[in-house]
Write a protein that binds this ligand. Sequence first.
Ligand code: 3PY
Ligand code: MG
Length: 262
Amino acid sequence: MTHNKVRKALLEKRITIGTWVQIGNAVVGEIFGNAGFDWVAVDAEHTDIDIQGFTDVARGLYGRVPEPFIRVRENDTLAIRQALDAGARGVIVPLINNADEAKRAVAAAKYPPKGIRGFCFSRMNDYGDKFDEYISTADDNIAVVVMIESKEAIENIDEILAVDGVDGVFIGPYDLSGSYGIPGKTSHSIVQEGCKKVLDACKRGKKSAGLHVVLPTEENVKKALNDGFTFIAIGVDTVFLNMASRDSLELAKRISKNINII
Ligand code: 3PY
Ligand code: MG
């Protein structure tokens, strides 16, 4: 298994820039692959994307720069091992509230003796051609990032970060705001204080903190980086499509108003 630059950057708290996928198609992987993101996370939690959809995106990314990551549908050992067997090089595990849940996520992603991942022939080892090579290198080259998206997780952040095998954390601001009873108010001071607690704990625990900047602007990307986030997702395929299609339509409509063709 080739060396995972994104995991190394997570361990060294260096900046990487990724993006987010809600459309489970190889074309999206090809386009984001050519754009040159460091990593591309396929969202299997809040979309209709299943393992087949993840595999399609990963095929589009194949041979291109970004590492294929997946946000699995939940902290479930089967979801994690199926994603890894399909070739995911990083898992982002939602709704981790305490150290035990974090340990469970790590165990699902590691082979024995470190964890409980099952052995098989599949896409990740070229259907068995690279079985030995894969199993001897996988644990060191698969990133495990856990999501902090509840009040409870913020309270337990130090113990979550102390779990061996947690390579970084990723804040889910929407669920976090929901858990404080203010859904969607991600700029609210309570949510921002929660983010600050995570960043401070990451400094103490020497772990990477990640954030999704869903609607990237000069201001919010700068803020995320200045705040100390190093594992940054910018945009979403659907958001890019939405923004670009509206802007292009508006442009064409504006120009067409001034042209009279009889
Ligand atoms: C959240 O904000 O809860 C998320 O999961 C973002 O991806
Ligand atoms: Mg969430």
